[in-house]
Design a protein around this ligand. Structure first.
Ligand SMILES: C[S@@+](CC[C@H](N)C(=O)[O-])C[C@H]1O[C@@H](n2cnc3c(N)ncnc32)[C@H](O)[C@@H]1O
Length: 206
């Protein structure tokens, strides 16, 4: 989807049945993974309406949230104000943006791009980490299609542990595997969806 399509999707979510396109909180797995880490500077790439960035900011991280959809960033700003947290919001294309600083944490959640673009972005994001920093990636696993979970149906833009591990290099991998998400308790979307979805998680170090 291009930026105009994402803008329309966020606008329709605001004007339609849902007030948010995604859930208000990050996936439980993200919360559990980040919770033990000491807060520092964080970048949430493709932040959407900001659930990950806002959750991090509420836990004392100094957060930049970036998305190329101006409508998503406008909604993220409203959610952050309602939550009483400060986030530096940026409207920018993650595939070309250059950071002005290093980060202790870079998160990439459910950003599904053609493989060449995604490989390039993730390799660059790894280079944006400060010493000791973490890259945390979570998104739909290619096996999610056969499992019947919600999400994109194009296997070419989905993740596998082998793909993510090969991008960062096995020596940097802390965790890289396919995980099952219970949609009833850990919804990616606020809709009344039940069942399980398969994601890939990657935790890598600088
Ligand atoms: C499925 S949503 C996920 C949003 C958020 N990460 C979350 O988990 O709630 C994908 C997001 O990626 C953004 N996006 C897609 N391509 C992008 C790009 N090249 N640069 C920046 N944002 C992009 C879209 O605007 C959308 O907000």
């Amino acid at each position: 989807m291009d930026v105009d399509e994402w803008d329309i999707r966020y606008r329709q979510a605001r004007e339609g049945h849902y007030t948010r396109l995604w859930s208000a909180l990050p996936a439980q797995l993200v919360q559990d993974t980040v919770a033990p880490w000491t807060p520092g500077r964080a970048l949430d790439l493709a932040t959407g309406d900001g659930r990950n960035a806002i959750w991090l900011a509420a836990r004392s991280w100094s957060v930049t949230g970036l998305d190329f959809s101006a409508e998503a960033i406008a909604q993220a700003g409203e959610h952050a104000r309602a939550a009483g947290v400060d986030v530096d919001w940026l409207v920018a294309d993650a595939t070309t943006w250059q950071p002005p600083e290093r980060f202790d944490l870079v998160t990439v959640m459910y950003l599904h791009l053609p493989e060449v673009q995604f490989r390039s972005l993730l390799a660059r994001a790894l280079g944006w980490l400060a010493p000791g920093g973490h890259l945390l990636v979570l998104g739909h696993d290619r096996a999610n299609i056969a499992a019947g979970g919600p999400g994109p149906g194009n296997p070419d833009i989905l993740y596998t542990p082998e793909l993510l591990s090969s991008i960062v290099g096995p020596e940097r991998v802390v965790r890289c595997e396919t995980v099952s998400r219970d949609l009833a308790t850990d919804p990616e979307s606020p809709a009344d969806i039940r069942g399980a979805a398969l994601d890939t998680i990657l935790v890598a170090t600088a």
